[in-house]
Design a protein. Structure first.
Length: 59
């Protein structure tokens, strides 16, 4: 996914990625599905995703 996001960025094409993470609780409480974001925060794949703008994900 990181490679696809990079190619899209270089080509100027918008890209949304579907992230796959282990999801234990399903509502963001356990933190096992956290995805690092470029602004230094984390988003829960189960609650905030699983689809994210590729430019927001800290690859």
């Amino acid at each position: 996914m990181a490679g696809v996001a990079r190619l899209c960025r270089e080509a100027g094409v918008a890209c949304r990625v579907s992230m796959e993470r282990m999801m234990c609780c399903g509502f963001g409480a356990c933190g096992t599905c956290n995805v690092a974001m470029t602004d230094g925060t984390y988003k829960s794949c189960c609650k905030d995703g699983p689809v994210f703008d590729a430019e927001e994900v800290a690859w």
